[in-house]
Design a protein around this ligand. Structure first.
Ligand SMILES: [Zn+2]
Length: 352
């Protein structure tokens, strides 16, 4: 009898502690501050679009959700405002990412906006096993990525994969003479196009494009060719990584074409993959995002909406990035007119 009482009071104390912890710390949706990255090929659109003071310095990328290297996103709205994503990952990874991610030391994804005034290098990224092999001191994380085009000039180009039949040996010869274009699959992108680029795909983002990128949290890029250009800051060509790059090329990957989602009145599933999922909402009607026990990310692209959770609401504007922690779960989105937003998930890789 006394044993039962003891067990009950123990349980009560435990649930009281649980309640106190929840009351203090319950995670709401969290909005993140972008981190801007200069690049010789960058433009000037990202800062003003994301509400920052414009700058003439070419800005290639805005890392809008990052726990990579020293680039730790800061939370600027929501219950953990003032903390960084890294701090939350150190203290409460399960609460952010869910049970299956209890041992994860870093956030599995990196989200970016990219503004290419000039073309990026022709490049390739390793998969996880090649990342471990070629960068033995790194975390061994490869880079599978996907793009959603936000804007494209009429003569914009994307290079996505090799043309059919092209081989790594031909690629090596073409790099030696500095003339790769005939081996690359070239396409003219339209706003809204989504391309999935598995690690090992030779690719380059061409000039006159602005896009959203979702990728594994890795920054390993092997440059195969840099269009014979010189960095105006240094007066030198940027380094190439031809041997490592060629060792990572999968010459069966390409041509890559835009994904073709099944038609749906409000939500298109663009990608449902090993490393990430990507859904696009396009509606003026109320809908629900997030899932209990899973971490989701919401990226505002067009239109205004409110996201409601518990008795709180949060604005979602174009360019806003919200992280919905696993413990936060489902939120309602109330559009104020037609909206387009992306919902990103962490994929099905058990190691993610
Ligand atoms: Zn890339």
């Amino acid at each position: 009898m006394s044993g039962t009482v003891a067990r009950q009071s123990h349980r009560t104390a435990e649930s009281r502690r649980e309640l106190e912890r929840m009351a203090v710390d319950l995670l709401t949706p969290l909005r993140l501050r972008p981190l801007f990255k200069p690049a010789i090929w960058g433009g000037t659109r990202l800062r003003p679009w994301l509400g920052e003071t414009p700058s003439n310095e070419p800005t290639g990328e805005a890392w809008v959700l990052s726990d990579h290297g020293d680039s730790h996103s800061e939370i600027i709205e929501g219950s953990a405002a003032g903390k960084t994503l890294r701090q939350l990952m150190e203290r409460m990874p399960e609460r952010l990412l869910g049970q299956s991610f209890a041992t994860t030391k870093r956030f599995p994804l990196l989200l970016k906006f990219i503004d290419a005034r000039l073309p990026l290098s022709v490049q390739v990224h390793p998969d996880d096993s090649r990342a471990k092999h070629h960068e033995p001191h790194g975390p061994g994380i490869g880079k599978t990525e996907a793009w959603v085009m936000l804007a494209a000039e009429p003569d914009a180009r994307l290079y996505a994969g090799l043309v059919p039949g092209a081989t790594t040996a031909q690629l090596r010869e073409a790099i030696a003479v500095g003339h790769l274009e005939p081996l690359l699959h070239v396409m003219t992108p339209k706003p809204g196009d989504c391309l999935f680029l598995k690690a090992g795909t030779v690719h380059a983002i061409g000039a006159g494009t602005m896009l959203f990128e979702i990728q594994q949290s890795s920054d390993i890029t092997y440059r195969l060719f840099d269009w014979n250009r010189v960095d105006p800051k240094t007066g030198k060509a940027r380094d190439l990584h031809v041997e490592k790059g060629l060792a990572c090329v999968d010459d069966t990957l390409g041509p890559c074409v835009p994904v073709f989602p099944l038609p749906h009145p409000a939500r298109e599933t663009l990608i449902d993959g090993e490393y990430f999922s990507l859904d696009r909402w396009n509606t003026d009607q109320l809908f629900r995002v997030g899932r209990v026990g899973e971490c989701r990310m919401i990226v505002g692209l067009e239109g205004l909406a409110e996201m409601a959770w518990d008795d709180r609401t949060f604005a979602v504007r174009p360019g806003d990035v919200w992280l919905i922690p696993a413990e936060t779960g489902v939120c309602e989105v109330i559009p104020r007119g037609p909206v387009t937003l992306l919902e990103c998930g962490c994929g099905q890789n058990p190691d993610n």
